[in-house]
Design a protein. Structure first.
Length: 97
């Protein structure tokens, strides 16, 4: 059985994307909105860049529901759904106040 992970991707501009991978694939980098990311980078910035992937949480036995719950909690906690901070679009970001 594959290890299940919740990860954070950090792009060169400092923005983040939080996602999950239930197959623990080394080369999986999520499915953020590519057009949202592309608009943040100039053509020359696209020519040479590095992204960082960090595993924030991992489990060999978590249920799909638990992985979903942890992912959602991390998105909210890290504000990855705030367009000024990250590329997650769900849950919809709401300013508190």
């Amino acid at each position: 059985m594959a290890r299940k992970v919740v990860y954070k991707i950090t792009y060169p501009n400092g923005k983040i994307y939080v996602g999950q991978d239930v197959t623990d694939t080394l080369t999986y980098f999520g499915s953020p909105d590519a057009s949202a990311i592309a608009q943040d980078f100039s053509p020359s910035e696209r020519d040479d860049f590095a992204i960082r992937k960090q595993v924030l949480w991992a489990s060999d036995s978590a249920s799909p529901q638990e992985v979903n719950r942890i992912e959602l909690a991390m998105i909210v906690e890290l504000r990855a759904n705030d367009p000024s901070v990250g590329y997650n679009r769900r849950p919809k970001f709401r300013l508190e106040g």
